[in-house]
Design a protein around this ligand. Structure first.
Ligand code: NAP
Ligand code: ZN
Ligand code: ZN
Length: 347
Protein backbone atom coordinates (compact mmCIF):
# COMPACT_ATOMS: atom_id res chain seq x y z
CA UNK A 1 0.00 0.00 0.00
CA UNK A 2 2.95 2.32 0.56
CA UNK A 3 4.39 1.37 -2.81
CA UNK A 4 4.42 4.64 -4.69
CA UNK A 5 4.48 5.27 -8.42
CA UNK A 6 6.41 8.31 -9.53
CA UNK A 7 8.48 10.10 -12.13
CA UNK A 8 12.10 10.69 -11.24
CA UNK A 9 15.29 12.21 -12.54
CA UNK A 10 18.08 9.63 -12.45
CA UNK A 11 20.90 12.05 -13.19
CA UNK A 12 21.31 15.69 -14.17
CA UNK A 13 21.51 15.15 -17.91
CA UNK A 14 18.74 12.75 -18.93
CA UNK A 15 14.95 13.05 -19.15
CA UNK A 16 12.75 12.10 -16.20
CA UNK A 17 11.12 8.67 -16.36
CA UNK A 18 8.95 6.25 -14.34
CA UNK A 19 10.19 5.17 -10.90
CA UNK A 20 8.75 3.22 -7.98
CA UNK A 21 9.61 3.41 -4.28
CA UNK A 22 8.19 2.77 -0.79
CA UNK A 23 6.87 5.58 1.40
CA UNK A 24 7.33 5.22 5.20
CA UNK A 25 4.68 3.64 7.44
CA UNK A 26 1.93 6.04 8.50
CA UNK A 27 2.98 7.24 11.97
CA UNK A 28 0.74 8.55 14.76
CA UNK A 29 0.73 12.13 13.51
CA UNK A 30 0.93 11.38 9.76
CA UNK A 31 -1.59 11.82 7.01
CA UNK A 32 -1.40 9.72 3.86
CA UNK A 33 -2.42 11.78 0.85
CA UNK A 34 -3.40 10.58 -2.58
CA UNK A 35 -1.86 13.16 -4.93
CA UNK A 36 -4.32 14.84 -7.32
CA UNK A 37 -2.30 17.72 -8.80
CA UNK A 38 1.30 18.84 -8.62
CA UNK A 39 2.65 22.14 -9.95
CA UNK A 40 5.91 22.40 -11.89
CA UNK A 41 8.17 25.01 -10.28
CA UNK A 42 11.33 26.35 -11.92
CA UNK A 43 13.09 25.10 -8.78
CA UNK A 44 12.32 21.56 -9.98
CA UNK A 45 14.38 22.28 -13.09
CA UNK A 46 17.25 23.91 -11.15
CA UNK A 47 17.38 20.84 -8.89
CA UNK A 48 16.88 18.14 -11.52
CA UNK A 49 19.72 19.67 -13.54
CA UNK A 50 21.89 20.14 -10.45
CA UNK A 51 22.22 23.86 -11.10
CA UNK A 52 22.49 24.64 -7.38
CA UNK A 53 25.06 21.88 -6.89
CA UNK A 54 23.35 19.80 -4.18
CA UNK A 55 21.29 17.28 -6.11
CA UNK A 56 20.91 13.61 -5.20
CA UNK A 57 19.42 10.96 -7.45
CA UNK A 58 17.04 9.37 -8.05
CA UNK A 59 15.09 12.60 -7.45
CA UNK A 60 11.29 12.78 -7.45
CA UNK A 61 10.59 16.53 -7.75
CA UNK A 62 7.38 18.39 -6.95
CA UNK A 63 6.50 20.72 -4.06
CA UNK A 64 3.16 22.18 -5.09
CA UNK A 65 0.96 19.29 -4.07
CA UNK A 66 -2.79 19.04 -3.64
CA UNK A 67 -4.45 15.76 -2.79
CA UNK A 68 -6.99 13.93 -0.69
CA UNK A 69 -6.37 12.29 2.66
CA UNK A 70 -6.79 8.52 2.40
CA UNK A 71 -5.51 7.49 5.84
CA UNK A 72 -4.64 9.17 9.14
CA UNK A 73 -2.40 8.14 12.03
CA UNK A 74 -3.92 7.48 15.46
CA UNK A 75 -3.11 10.92 16.91
CA UNK A 76 -4.17 13.06 13.93
CA UNK A 77 -6.75 15.72 14.78
CA UNK A 78 -6.49 18.22 11.93
CA UNK A 79 -7.61 15.92 9.09
CA UNK A 80 -10.11 13.19 8.37
CA UNK A 81 -10.12 10.69 5.54
CA UNK A 82 -11.61 12.43 2.49
CA UNK A 83 -10.34 15.92 3.37
CA UNK A 84 -8.35 17.94 0.86
CA UNK A 85 -4.74 18.57 1.84
CA UNK A 86 -1.79 20.53 0.52
CA UNK A 87 1.97 20.08 0.81
CA UNK A 88 4.48 22.81 -0.05
CA UNK A 89 8.26 23.03 -0.12
CA UNK A 90 9.07 21.33 3.18
CA UNK A 91 7.65 18.41 5.15
CA UNK A 92 9.34 18.76 8.55
CA UNK A 93 11.79 20.83 10.58
CA UNK A 94 13.47 20.66 14.01
CA UNK A 95 10.44 22.26 15.75
CA UNK A 96 12.54 23.69 18.61
CA UNK A 97 14.88 26.37 17.20
CA UNK A 98 13.88 30.06 17.44
CA UNK A 99 12.74 30.16 13.79
CA UNK A 100 10.57 27.04 14.15
CA UNK A 101 9.08 28.39 17.40
CA UNK A 102 8.19 31.61 15.57
CA UNK A 103 6.44 29.69 12.80
CA UNK A 104 9.23 30.45 10.34
CA UNK A 105 10.08 26.78 9.74
CA UNK A 106 11.47 27.59 6.28
CA UNK A 107 14.38 29.26 8.08
CA UNK A 108 14.88 26.35 10.56
CA UNK A 109 18.35 26.70 12.04
CA UNK A 110 18.85 22.96 12.48
CA UNK A 111 17.28 21.08 9.56
CA UNK A 112 14.43 22.10 7.31
CA UNK A 113 13.35 18.89 5.58
CA UNK A 114 12.73 19.69 1.93
CA UNK A 115 9.81 17.94 0.26
CA UNK A 116 12.32 16.38 -2.14
CA UNK A 117 16.09 16.26 -2.66
CA UNK A 118 16.48 16.29 1.12
CA UNK A 119 16.60 13.81 3.99
CA UNK A 120 14.20 13.30 6.87
CA UNK A 121 15.09 14.33 10.43
CA UNK A 122 16.91 11.00 10.86
CA UNK A 123 19.55 12.47 8.56
CA UNK A 124 19.44 9.60 6.08
CA UNK A 125 16.00 8.73 4.67
CA UNK A 126 15.63 10.53 1.33
CA UNK A 127 12.51 12.60 0.70
CA UNK A 128 10.58 12.25 -2.55
CA UNK A 129 8.21 14.92 -3.84
CA UNK A 130 4.89 15.30 -5.55
CA UNK A 131 5.49 13.80 -8.98
CA UNK A 132 4.17 10.67 -7.28
CA UNK A 133 0.91 8.87 -6.56
CA UNK A 134 0.91 9.53 -2.80
CA UNK A 135 2.78 11.28 0.00
CA UNK A 136 2.90 10.75 3.77
CA UNK A 137 3.52 13.83 5.91
CA UNK A 138 3.08 14.90 9.55
CA UNK A 139 -0.20 16.80 9.89
CA UNK A 140 1.67 19.78 11.34
CA UNK A 141 3.34 20.31 7.95
CA UNK A 142 0.17 19.66 5.95
CA UNK A 143 -2.12 22.49 4.85
CA UNK A 144 -5.90 22.65 4.79
CA UNK A 145 -7.06 23.33 1.24
CA UNK A 146 -10.23 25.42 0.86
CA UNK A 147 -13.05 23.44 -0.81
CA UNK A 148 -14.30 26.35 -2.93
CA UNK A 149 -11.29 26.58 -5.27
CA UNK A 150 -10.31 24.66 -8.45
CA UNK A 151 -7.75 22.14 -7.28
CA UNK A 152 -5.42 22.21 -10.28
CA UNK A 153 -5.23 25.98 -9.89
CA UNK A 154 -4.62 25.77 -6.15
CA UNK A 155 -1.53 23.54 -6.37
CA UNK A 156 0.84 26.38 -7.43
CA UNK A 157 -0.20 28.42 -4.40
CA UNK A 158 1.80 26.00 -2.25
CA UNK A 159 5.07 27.44 -3.59
CA UNK A 160 4.54 30.25 -6.11
CA UNK A 161 1.70 31.67 -4.01
CA UNK A 162 3.41 31.67 -0.62
CA UNK A 163 6.80 32.73 -1.99
CA UNK A 164 5.28 35.95 -3.31
CA UNK A 165 2.68 36.47 -0.55
CA UNK A 166 5.21 36.22 2.29
CA UNK A 167 7.54 39.09 1.32
CA UNK A 168 4.60 41.29 0.28
CA UNK A 169 3.17 40.81 3.78
CA UNK A 170 6.53 41.14 5.52
CA UNK A 171 7.20 44.49 3.82
CA UNK A 172 3.55 45.53 4.23
CA UNK A 173 3.10 46.23 0.53
CA UNK A 174 -0.34 47.64 -0.24
CA UNK A 175 -2.36 50.75 -1.01
CA UNK A 176 -0.25 53.76 -1.95
CA UNK A 177 2.74 51.64 -3.01
CA UNK A 178 4.10 51.23 -6.50
CA UNK A 179 5.22 47.61 -6.91
CA UNK A 180 7.20 46.26 -9.85
CA UNK A 181 7.19 42.52 -10.52
CA UNK A 182 10.17 41.38 -12.55
CA UNK A 183 9.50 38.27 -14.67
CA UNK A 184 6.00 37.11 -15.53
CA UNK A 185 6.32 33.39 -14.89
CA UNK A 186 4.87 31.10 -12.21
CA UNK A 187 5.94 33.27 -9.27
CA UNK A 188 5.55 36.55 -11.14
CA UNK A 189 1.94 36.02 -12.15
CA UNK A 190 1.02 35.16 -8.56
CA UNK A 191 2.83 38.29 -7.36
CA UNK A 192 0.73 40.36 -9.75
CA UNK A 193 -2.53 38.85 -8.51
CA UNK A 194 -1.64 39.09 -4.83
CA UNK A 195 -0.03 42.53 -5.13
CA UNK A 196 -3.11 43.90 -6.88
CA UNK A 197 -5.41 42.28 -4.28
CA UNK A 198 -3.39 44.03 -1.56
CA UNK A 199 -4.10 47.36 -3.27
CA UNK A 200 -0.65 48.11 -4.72
CA UNK A 201 -0.18 49.76 -8.10
CA UNK A 202 1.50 46.93 -10.03
CA UNK A 203 3.89 47.18 -12.97
CA UNK A 204 5.24 44.10 -14.75
CA UNK A 205 8.82 44.35 -16.00
CA UNK A 206 9.21 41.60 -18.58
CA UNK A 207 11.55 40.42 -21.30
CA UNK A 208 8.52 39.19 -23.29
CA UNK A 209 6.61 41.92 -25.18
CA UNK A 210 3.87 39.36 -25.93
CA UNK A 211 2.85 39.13 -22.26
CA UNK A 212 1.45 42.67 -21.92
CA UNK A 213 -2.20 41.81 -22.46
CA UNK A 214 -1.98 38.88 -20.03
CA UNK A 215 -0.20 41.03 -17.45
CA UNK A 216 -3.06 43.52 -17.52
CA UNK A 217 -5.74 40.86 -17.32
CA UNK A 218 -3.92 39.31 -14.34
CA UNK A 219 -4.30 42.66 -12.57
CA UNK A 220 -1.22 44.70 -13.52
CA UNK A 221 -1.75 48.41 -14.05
CA UNK A 222 1.38 48.95 -16.16
CA UNK A 223 3.79 46.93 -18.26
CA UNK A 224 7.29 47.63 -19.56
CA UNK A 225 9.64 45.56 -21.69
CA UNK A 226 13.05 45.45 -20.04
CA UNK A 227 14.86 44.94 -23.31
CA UNK A 228 13.95 48.55 -24.17
CA UNK A 229 16.31 50.89 -22.21
CA UNK A 230 14.20 53.93 -23.21
CA UNK A 231 11.11 52.53 -21.47
CA UNK A 232 13.15 51.94 -18.30
CA UNK A 233 14.54 55.47 -18.31
CA UNK A 234 11.04 56.78 -17.73
CA UNK A 235 10.67 54.45 -14.76
CA UNK A 236 13.76 55.67 -12.87
CA UNK A 237 13.04 56.40 -9.17
CA UNK A 238 9.46 55.25 -9.48
CA UNK A 239 8.93 52.12 -7.36
CA UNK A 240 8.57 51.59 -3.62
CA UNK A 241 9.11 47.85 -4.05
CA UNK A 242 10.49 45.54 -6.72
CA UNK A 243 9.84 41.81 -6.46
CA UNK A 244 12.35 40.00 -8.63
CA UNK A 245 11.24 36.48 -9.64
CA UNK A 246 13.73 35.88 -12.44
CA UNK A 247 15.29 32.42 -12.67
CA UNK A 248 18.30 33.27 -14.87
CA UNK A 249 21.26 35.61 -14.32
CA UNK A 250 20.40 39.28 -14.98
CA UNK A 251 21.63 42.73 -13.94
CA UNK A 252 20.24 43.74 -10.52
CA UNK A 253 21.73 47.24 -10.82
CA UNK A 254 19.42 48.07 -13.71
CA UNK A 255 16.40 47.38 -11.50
CA UNK A 256 17.80 48.98 -8.34
CA UNK A 257 17.94 52.22 -10.30
CA UNK A 258 14.18 52.09 -10.67
CA UNK A 259 13.61 52.29 -6.89
CA UNK A 260 12.56 55.48 -5.10
CA UNK A 261 14.50 56.73 -2.10
CA UNK A 262 14.26 54.11 0.68
CA UNK A 263 12.83 51.66 -1.82
CA UNK A 264 13.24 47.89 -1.43
CA UNK A 265 14.11 45.27 -4.01
CA UNK A 266 13.16 41.77 -2.91
CA UNK A 267 14.85 38.78 -4.52
CA UNK A 268 12.89 35.54 -4.68
CA UNK A 269 14.27 34.26 -7.98
CA UNK A 270 17.32 32.08 -7.49
CA UNK A 271 19.66 32.18 -10.52
CA UNK A 272 22.49 29.67 -10.09
CA UNK A 273 25.29 32.18 -10.72
CA UNK A 274 26.11 35.22 -8.54
CA UNK A 275 25.50 38.73 -9.86
CA UNK A 276 27.65 41.78 -9.03
CA UNK A 277 25.89 44.65 -7.23
CA UNK A 278 27.54 48.07 -7.39
CA UNK A 279 27.76 49.94 -4.07
CA UNK A 280 26.35 53.01 -5.78
CA UNK A 281 23.20 51.10 -6.76
CA UNK A 282 22.34 50.97 -3.04
CA UNK A 283 24.03 54.08 -1.67
CA UNK A 284 22.17 56.46 -3.93
CA UNK A 285 18.67 57.01 -2.54
CA UNK A 286 19.38 54.75 0.49
CA UNK A 287 17.98 51.60 -1.12
CA UNK A 288 17.62 48.08 0.22
CA UNK A 289 18.26 44.76 -1.51
CA UNK A 290 16.72 41.85 0.40
CA UNK A 291 15.70 38.23 -0.12
CA UNK A 292 12.88 35.95 0.95
CA UNK A 293 12.31 32.20 0.96
CA UNK A 294 8.85 30.61 0.68
CA UNK A 295 6.90 30.99 3.97
CA UNK A 296 6.13 29.13 7.21
CA UNK A 297 3.22 26.75 7.72
CA UNK A 298 1.06 29.29 9.57
CA UNK A 299 1.59 31.92 6.89
CA UNK A 300 1.01 29.40 4.10
CA UNK A 301 -2.38 28.58 5.63
CA UNK A 302 -3.11 32.31 5.92
CA UNK A 303 -2.19 32.72 2.22
CA UNK A 304 -4.50 29.86 1.17
CA UNK A 305 -7.36 31.41 3.14
CA UNK A 306 -6.56 34.86 1.67
CA UNK A 307 -6.64 33.39 -1.84
CA UNK A 308 -9.92 31.62 -1.12
CA UNK A 309 -11.44 34.86 0.17
CA UNK A 310 -10.24 36.82 -2.90
CA UNK A 311 -10.84 33.98 -5.38
CA UNK A 312 -7.16 34.02 -6.33
CA UNK A 313 -5.79 30.95 -8.13
CA UNK A 314 -2.93 30.32 -10.51
CA UNK A 315 -3.43 30.38 -14.28
CA UNK A 316 -2.42 26.90 -15.30
CA UNK A 317 -1.85 24.50 -18.17
CA UNK A 318 -2.78 21.03 -16.94
CA UNK A 319 -0.51 18.36 -18.39
CA UNK A 320 -0.13 14.58 -18.18
CA UNK A 321 2.89 13.21 -16.30
CA UNK A 322 4.64 12.03 -19.46
CA UNK A 323 4.71 15.61 -20.83
CA UNK A 324 7.08 16.70 -18.07
CA UNK A 325 10.31 16.78 -20.07
CA UNK A 326 8.70 18.89 -22.78
CA UNK A 327 7.17 21.12 -20.10
CA UNK A 328 10.65 21.80 -18.65
CA UNK A 329 11.90 22.90 -22.06
CA UNK A 330 8.95 25.24 -22.43
CA UNK A 331 9.45 26.75 -18.95
CA UNK A 332 13.06 27.46 -19.92
CA UNK A 333 11.76 29.40 -22.94
CA UNK A 334 9.31 31.36 -20.71
CA UNK A 335 6.57 29.62 -22.70
CA UNK A 336 3.95 28.74 -20.10
CA UNK A 337 0.74 30.47 -19.07
CA UNK A 338 1.63 30.63 -16.26
CA UNK A 339 2.22 27.37 -14.45
CA UNK A 340 2.27 23.77 -15.64
CA UNK A 341 0.32 21.50 -13.31
CA UNK A 342 0.49 17.73 -13.59
CA UNK A 343 -2.78 15.82 -13.43
CA UNK A 344 -1.58 12.95 -11.26
CA UNK A 345 -4.36 10.67 -12.52
CA UNK A 346 -2.22 10.44 -15.68
CA UNK A 347 0.66 8.78 -13.83
P1 NAP B 1 9.42 30.73 -14.34
O1 NAP B 1 7.98 30.34 -14.40
O2 NAP B 1 10.36 30.15 -15.32
O3 NAP B 1 9.46 32.34 -14.41
C1 NAP B 1 10.66 33.07 -14.50
C2 NAP B 1 10.44 34.28 -15.38
O4 NAP B 1 11.64 35.04 -15.40
C3 NAP B 1 10.19 33.96 -16.85
O5 NAP B 1 8.85 33.69 -17.14
C4 NAP B 1 10.65 35.24 -17.53
O6 NAP B 1 9.61 36.22 -17.47
C5 NAP B 1 11.77 35.74 -16.63
N1 NAP B 1 13.08 35.41 -17.20
C6 NAP B 1 13.55 34.19 -17.58
N2 NAP B 1 14.81 34.30 -18.03
C7 NAP B 1 15.15 35.61 -17.91
C8 NAP B 1 16.34 36.35 -18.18
N3 NAP B 1 17.43 35.75 -18.69
N4 NAP B 1 16.34 37.68 -17.92
C9 NAP B 1 15.27 38.29 -17.42
N5 NAP B 1 14.12 37.63 -17.16
C10 NAP B 1 14.06 36.31 -17.40
O7 NAP B 1 10.03 30.38 -12.91
P2 NAP B 1 9.33 30.35 -11.46
O8 NAP B 1 8.84 28.98 -11.18
O9 NAP B 1 8.43 31.50 -11.33
O10 NAP B 1 10.62 30.54 -10.52
C11 NAP B 1 11.39 31.72 -10.63
C12 NAP B 1 12.64 31.64 -9.78
O11 NAP B 1 12.26 31.66 -8.40
C13 NAP B 1 13.45 30.36 -9.94
O12 NAP B 1 14.83 30.69 -9.86
C14 NAP B 1 13.06 29.52 -8.74
O13 NAP B 1 14.02 28.58 -8.36
C15 NAP B 1 12.91 30.60 -7.71
N6 NAP B 1 12.09 30.24 -6.55
C16 NAP B 1 12.45 30.78 -5.36
C17 NAP B 1 11.67 30.54 -4.25
C18 NAP B 1 12.03 31.18 -2.95
O14 NAP B 1 11.63 30.66 -1.90
N7 NAP B 1 12.71 32.29 -2.95
C19 NAP B 1 10.54 29.71 -4.33
C20 NAP B 1 10.20 29.21 -5.58
C21 NAP B 1 10.96 29.47 -6.69
P3 NAP B 1 9.38 37.28 -18.67
O15 NAP B 1 9.06 36.44 -19.87
O16 NAP B 1 8.24 38.08 -18.18
O17 NAP B 1 10.64 38.06 -18.79
ZN1 ZN C 1 8.86 26.11 -5.92
ZN1 ZN D 1 14.06 24.58 13.56
Amino acid sequence: MRTTRAYAAFDEANPLGPFEFERREVRDYDVQIETLYCGVCHTDIHQVRNEWGASKYPMVPGHEIVGRVVRTGGQVTKFRVGDLAGIGCFVDSCRTCPSCLEGLEQYCEVHNVGTYNSVELDGKTPTYGGYSSQIIVDEKYTLKVPENLELARVAPLLCAGITTYSPLMHWKVGKGHRLAVVGLGGLGHMAVKIGAALGADVTVLSTSPGKEEDARSLGAHNFAVTRDPAALKNLRSSFDFILDTVSAPHDYNMYLNLLKRDGTMILVGAPPEPTPVAGFSLIARRKRLVGSMIGGIRETQEMLDFCAAHNIMADVEVIPMDYINEAYERVLKSDVKYRFVIDMASL
